[in-house]
Design a protein around this ligand. Sequence first.
Ligand code: GLP
Length: 243
Amino acid sequence: MRIYKAKDYDEMSRKAANIISAQVILKPDCVLGLATGSTPIGTYKKLIEWYEKGDLDFSEVTSVNLDEYKGLDKENDQSYYYFMHTNFFNYVNISPDSINLPNGMEPDSDKECARYDEVIRSVGGVDLQLLGLGHNGHIGFNEPAEEFKKGTHCVDLQASTIEANARFFASMDEVPKQAYTMGIRTIMSAKKILVVVSGADKAGIVKKAFTGPVTPHVPASLLQMHSDVTVVGDAAALSELDI
Ligand code: GLP
């Protein structure tokens, strides 16, 4: 596991965007596993900036997103479909046909999870997976549990996750209680993984996840077993690590 300490959010975003750029330049037809949340927004901004300068070309890239709320449609401004389009896809030349997310409007969980696993399989797996980190150690929406869930699954969100995400909704009642998420096996099968973390409120979970025991109670801890993980964090998020 490589850990890069950036001085602040802007430097973290630039470093993460540099790593994604390197992937796209070295393999223009790569599969990018993408993430939502507030942390990667700056990374997407940098990628858009460099695309506009002519330094990056996404025309051959395929994307697969980590997760989506169950029950939110594409037009809902809190759906991850909406987030990805308004924070990234609408501003670069990725082909709409090459963009993949779980379909939050499919009520049949078994059907949607099987479909999404097949999408990931059919594109040949993920070359570079971008991840944020939840305060409880979740990655995607793989919540702390007694066991690691392997493939795409429908998850009941934990109270702490619903609370953390309530800031984006008009009221707590509007926050979806379930989501579709890529499973841990899929995430661990990515050839490379890039984790972005920012802010003092993540310092405790960063320490637990990356230096503590590997356990499904802290899903991100399993990343310690992956052979090519890069963590890019700002000084506040990495403040409890001995680096
Ligand atoms: C959500 C997403 C995760 C994300 C997490 C952290 O729960 N499903 O993929 O990593 O939030 O979000 P933030 O970056 O806003 O702290």
